[in-house]
Design a protein around this ligand. Sequence first.
Ligand SMILES: CCCCCCCCCCCCCC(=O)SCCNC(=O)CCNC(=O)[C@H](O)C(C)(C)COP(=O)(O)OP(=O)(O)OC[C@H]1O[C@@H](n2cnc3c(N)ncnc32)[C@H](O)[C@@H]1OP(=O)(O)O
Length: 545
Amino acid sequence: MSEESKPLNPAVEDVDSGSDVEDQTAETGAVASPTEGSAVPKKKKKKSKKKKISNLLKSDAQKTAEAFIGNMDDPSVTKENSAQLLTKNNMSLDPALGQQSLEQLLKQVKLQELLTGMAPGGKNKKDMADYKFWKTQPVAPLGENVEQDGVIQEGNVSKIPKEPLPMHKEFEWVTMNLEDPAELKELYELLTANYVEDDDAMFRFDYSASFLDWALKSPGWLKEWHVGVRVASSKKLVAFISGIPLDLRVRDRVLKASEINFLCVHKKLRSKRLAPILIKEITRRCNLEGVFQAIYTGGVVLPTPVSVCRYYHRSLNWPKLCDVGFSALPRGSTVARQVLKYKLPEKTKTKGLRPMTYADVPRVGNLLRRFLSRFEMSQGFDDAEVAHWMLQNESIAKKDRVIWAYVVEDGAGNITDFFSFYSLPSSIIGHPQHKVLNAAYLFYYATETAFLELPEHDLRPKLSARLNELVNDALVLAKKLEFDVFNALSLADNAMFLDEQKFGAGDGYLNFYLFNYKARPMTGGFLPNGQLDQAGRSSVGFVPL
Ligand SMILES: CCCCCCCCCCCCCC(=O)SCCNC(=O)CCNC(=O)[C@H](O)C(C)(C)COP(=O)(O)OP(=O)(O)OC[C@H]1O[C@@H](n2cnc3c(N)ncnc32)[C@H](O)[C@@H]1OP(=O)(O)O
């Protein structure tokens, strides 16, 4: 019998047949959920309302677009009324604007549309009123046109409760001790059986114990931000949420924030409103440390993404990807032809490329910080964080290694470039032969080429060429390390190399969220038609795990 189908102990089964956990704890009066309503509109009504809103948005954005790109199929769109449309979208129309600026405005209209749930990434989107939990939280409501960045609610540590939220009597809170290998293993086991799956339930992220150790113990980590829920009687771990501290720069403001990740509820306890309790509890624990803002990402649409990026995949082991159903054989092609298409050189080509060492940390840190300042949102890396996120002890067993980082050193001892990737396998669900898909994910990179003193139109091809060289070498190295696929998001400058390096667009989109901070939307590196934005780039310089 698989872990999935094993019955949970009776205490959990009881809850399974009972009402929502959130409702039961709320009844104690101590859960802060003042405005959460229980009335969910009838399905039919909900559908028609959604359609109406989406039509409204669509017609505005499309008409604006058509006014500028000259697609005048719709006779109601004229250059004259386009100004009205822009005003409606809270944008100004300056007649002196050149073609490029008009395109920028158009992109902004589309971006707004994308982030309010109309995008292809709009998975599970619903009307704001139906977000029973999220509508009570300090986040921008869906559809709001954020014009100015800023904190939503000022925090006051002295007003934060010192005790955890009440929990249903069958369960108990636990602060996990991830320095104890047995507890780390418990967390690994919860996630490996219950964490994020693709829509067709063919693959599930299989973050290794050493990955969790690395991801959850970054400089300044707090044990209190590793929050578990156990069944009171059996002590089985059935839910988890985590935070790690970071300095998050959003445009010109640096926020003392947390990155929230690894939210997971056991499959048998889904849809019982346990997730909102976990989120409120991690919020309380962050607030107690004076942290009132957070960043988090997810495939689901919640109020309200600040950006959305698309997943791209580069085959390294095409026959296996085809066998396991990750890639399909294109019509008219053969396996041999596909293998040839994705063939990589035996050796890396960049002169001076070598693995990064601890001695490189200050120089890599300096380069990375300057490189990331080019984006609208990024993590502030100090040298200790660079060392933690890019390097692992040399003696680590190959199977436990999570991060690989390489630098390019010129003849004069300068670090001119650097790149990194991490290992995040996925379990292949129910495949008779293959159990694990070995995936490498592009992590941070930086290059001095970005700082050449050249006009933008001359700089761009140079930067693109350099990034293509570096990423091609990253693919060669990942192939040698026996990864099956190399994944990347459309963030940062990635649109400059994804196509050329034969990455294919995936089905997945990743939404970026800020808690208790409103920010104007940021470009995600792809266009509303789903294509890479090769003429522009993403404003997102934050790479999630
Ligand atoms: C200052 C510090 C602040 C710190 C906090 C910052 C915020 C952090 C936010 C968390 C960032 C996490 C980042 C990651 O780790 S993203 C990874 C999330 N994990 C998974 O996808 C793993 C597999 N799935 C599960 O384990 C469960 O389905 C989860 C736990 C996701 C939901 O459990 P369940 O399916 O049993 O649902 P429920 O009945 O308990 O609750 C339903 C409510 O939960 C809302 N929901 C569903 N999915 C998510 C989601 N991914 N982020 C935020 N909210 C989510 C949903 O809209 C609904 O609210 P509303 O629609 O009624 O309003």
